[in-house]
Design a protein around this ligand. Structure first.
Ligand code: GLN
Length: 483
């Protein structure tokens, strides 16, 4: 059962081949057996079995919703009522959310069964899941390698069949990069497509939630539930929701694909490049036209991001003060001591580094030189994408310069770690939708193909990904030991 797609599981539940309770138990058992991967921070076993029983009653009564009875798991950045929501941090290790994030509520309303909350980098800051207070997640393809981050628990859980689908969030690559490292399908939607209400903020102008699943079809089913206007999120976009599964099979003849030269320069591992070129060839066979483009401002995206994201995070994380909720130090001498020790003791070193950089960049006298300048370059990057989309329908390239690196390999060098997002970050700066889909292996480690589209072209991206998955089976491979 654990190897079936979400689409197949829906059919099996509706035909009565198995119940949601049986299905949920299969996943809970696997989660128990593969604890060494460290994917889950919290397992909501009791609630899951109750929800599954309710789902079975609805299925029997013919009242099923879009995902009734399907087990899913949430990245621990989404607030879930009555359940610990840690955001991977000691700061929120004691935080039981009093409310549901819109995304959590939507899955609940669609009948999905919550298996638990997934491990992640602390406050979503990281590319390897090593900044988590709960320890690193292991990559199911190689236990000594990282799963990527920050949605590393989500990607590893889906790859290891510890959940049929999961949520992730992507501020600079955190859905696509772990999806690539773990050989699954992930989508970062257009900024504003999925509500950020109840999704703990890292960098508000960049953060976006999205689906992580094994195939484009499953990602479409999850996105259908997650997306849509939300009056509780002022950056949510009020725009009709398309049917994301309706166009999956559309013909790709005449599709114009652009390959930005800057995605294939120095720094890209040659074997990864070869897999990307092979994937692009597959699209040629499907009738697409491919051309090269130049997008020189893409090279500025990492420095721009590392001004904007820390600036926004320094403001967002100021709310963790030891007073209202979250960690509080023992016996504070006075208010200043309460603030400084609570924050000093509960934030990890990557979070502190970002708060320091961000506070500096926003301080009087430096604001114009750093933050304002970065916002101007951000605009140039967005405009360059718009020029590209006047010529081509989508852009393709690698998701990451290399396959999954070793645990501990990059922790001593933040810049080296930041460069692992070099191909993903520009998309967030521009607010565009993009996917990572499995496109082969280098040795035993997966490679991800990135597909970037213009605003609100999620349905088109899913169609492009699905057609590739009809003629290849990279997305169907199972890591050894997790069959
Ligand atoms: N790795 C990037 C960072 O550390 C992106 C993280 C993310 O997308 N949440 O900021």
């Amino acid at each position: 059962m654990h190897n079936k797609s979400i689409a197949e599981l829906r059919r099996g539940l509706h035909s009565g081949e198995y119940s949601s309770q049986e299905l949920t138990r299969v996943f809970l058992d696997r989660m128990q057996r593969h604890q060494a991967l460290n994917c889950y921070i919290t397992v909501t076993e009791e609630q899951a079995l109750e929800a599954a029983a309710r789902a079975d009653a609805q299925l029997a009564g013919g009242k099923a919703g879009a995902l009734t009875g399907i087990p899913i798991a949430q990245k621990d950045i989404f607030c879930s009522k009555g359940v610990k929501t840690s955001c991977g941090s000691k700061m929120l290790d004691n935080f039981i959310s009093p409310y549901d994030a819109t995304v959590v509520e939507k899955f609940h309303d669609a009948g999905a069964v919550l298996l638990g909350k997934l491990n992640m980098d602390e406050f979503a800051m990281g590319s390897s899941n090593e900044t988590s207070h709960y320890g690193p997640v292991r990559n199911p393809w190689d236990a000594d390698a990282v799963p990527g981050g920050s949605s590393g628990g989500s990607a590893a859980a889906v790859a290891a069949r510890l959940a049929p689908g999961a949520t992730g969030t992507d501020t600079g690559g955190s859905i696509r990069q772990p999806a690539a490292f773990c050989g699954i399908t992930g989508m970062k939607p257009t900024y504003g497509r999925v509500s950020r209400y109840g999704m703990i903020a890292f960098a508000s102008s960049l953060d976006q939630g999205g689906p992580m699943a094994r195939s484009a079809e499953d990602a479409a089913l999850l996105l259908q539930v997650m997306a849509g206007f939300d009056a509780k999120d002022s950056t949510s976009v009020d725009r009709p929701l398309p049917d994301y599964t309706a166009g999956l099979n559309e013909d790709l003849r005449g599709l114009k694909i652009g390959l930005p030269r800057e995605f294939f320069g120095a720094g890209l591992n040659s074997e990864v490049a070869a897999r990307i070129e092979a994937a692009v060839d597959e699209y040629r066979k499907l009738g697409a036209e491919v051309r090269e483009l130049s997008m020189p401002s893409l090279q500025l995206s990492v420095p721009v991001y590392y001004v904007i994201a820390p600036a926004e995070c320094s403001a967002n994380l100021s709310r963790y003060d030891g007073v209202r909720y979250g960690y509080r130090c023992a016996e504070p001498a006075d208010l200043t001591d309460l603030y400084t020790r609570s924050r000093g003791e509960a934030f990890g070193s990557e979070v502190k580094r970002r708060i320091l950089i961000g506070t500096y960049a926003l301080s009087a006298g430096y604001y114009d030189a750093y933050y304002l300048k970065a916002q101007k370059v951000r605009r140039l990057i967005s405009e360059e994408f718009q020029r590209a989309f006047a010529e081509v329908d989508v852009l393709m390239g690698p998701v990451t310069p290399t396959t999954a690196f070793g645990i501990g390999e990059k922790t001593a060098d933040p810049i080296e770690m930041y460069l692992s997002d070099i191909y993903t970050i520009a998309v967030n700066l521009a607010g565009l939708p993009a996917m990572s889909i499995p496109a082969g292996f280098v040795g035993d480690k997966p490679v991800g193909l990135q597909i970037i589209g213009d605003y609100f072209t999620e349905a088109k991206l899913l169609n492009i990904a699905h057609r590739y998955q009809q003629v290849t089976d990279w997305h169907g491979r199972i890591p050894q030991g997790f069959e």
